[in-house]
Design a protein around this ligand. Structure first.
Ligand code: ADP
Ligand code: MG
Length: 281
């Protein structure tokens, strides 16, 4: 008999004009400077970008851990900026799961995988049968690890158990910060397979920060952050720039030197397409 799926359908995500400013004493760091991003329910998305480009801050905003300085973040029908701390807490315990960087930080070290999942299920406040944890682990092909000591698990196995615990409440949205860093190729592939399995079984929308092109290729849609904005998007081998909610279009990074700030560009209609023509100096 297969495990009953937690009651979760994927949640859509809609981010508009998201700005986030960290305030430290008398300085301000603008981490996000106008992010527009729409993710369909059940989509799997990877976030790329150089260090400091705002990936972790964007994940934190999606989970309600940081409140936007401006702009809106909608998860399903809920707008995060308008929710009380209690509502945010309930959201994070239930439908929005966050996998922090480093598998170990997401697990109780002296409890088995089955106990970790059972503990996470209790935290969601929903009723679970006594064998629900074992069912969930089996459903994610982790049944053989249910009672193993965590110290005996490989890095990839630990991360997969952490994913199982994260989705124990049947989340509609799973946010993972570098879930495959520090793993070898086999561990990485197994973690990707577990993320895909969660997505297929429960319809969970998955957003994962990664530096690994292979992870991006396997999970499908790649969003590239640059300096606090969505710089480009990739589908397979194709690269695109993205029109923002205000109509702004950012040049591909590779073209920035050729067309510096202030360059005058004529926009010409060409059938369904637009052509950008630089005015000759
Ligand atoms: P990434 O995950 O892409 O490396 P982050 O979202 O961590 O980027 O950081 C974006 C910017 O915000 C960086 O300039 C970083 O130094 C700054 N930043 C991140 N977290 C904090 C914080 N807690 N306090 C102050 N500045 C921060
Ligand atoms: Mg980060």
């Amino acid at each position: 008999m297969s495990a009953p799926a937690p009651a979760a359908a994927g949640l859509p995500v809609r981010v508009e004009g998201l700005v986030h400013i960290y305030r430290l004493f008398d300085t301000e760091v603008v981490a996000l400077r106008g992010v527009d991003l729409t993710i369909a329910a059940g989509e799997t998305v990877t976030l790329f970008g150089p260090s400091g480009s705002g990936k972790s801050t964007l994940l934190a905003a999606l989970s309600g851990l940081v409140r936007p300085s401006a702009g809106t973040v909608r998860i399903g029908d809920a707008e995060i900026g308008r929710m009380s701390e209690r509502e945010l807490l309930r959201l994070r315990r239930g439908r929005v799961a966050t996998l922090l960087q480093g598998a170990g930080r997401n697990l109780l070290p002296y409890a088995s995988p089955a106990q970790n999942v059972a503990f996470a299920q209790r935290g969601t406040g929903r009723r679970h049968r006594a064998d629900a944890a074992a069912d969930l682990l089996a459903g994610l092909d982790l049944g053989h690890l249910a009672d193993a000591p965590l110290a005996a698990l490989s890095g990839g196995e630990l991360q997969r158990v952490a994913i199982a615990a994260a989705v124990a409440g049947g989340p509609g949205l799973l946010l993972a910060d570098e879930p495959t860093s520090q793993l070898d190729a086999a561990g990485r592939d197994a973690v990707i397979a577990t993320l895909q399995r969660v997505n297929e079984r429960f319809g969970t929308t998955v957003v994962a920060v990664t530096h690994d092109r292979e992870v991006g290729a396997r999970l499908g849609r790649q969003v590239v952050m640059r300096a606090g904005r969505v710089g480009e998007e990739g589908r397979g081998d194709e690269r695109f720039v993205v029109v923002g909610a205000d109509g702004a279009l950012h040049l591909p990074h590779s073209e920035r030197d050729a067309w510096p700030a202030g360059t005058l560009v004529e926009v010409r209609r060409d059938g369904d397409d637009l052509r950008l023509v630089r005015r000759q100096p």
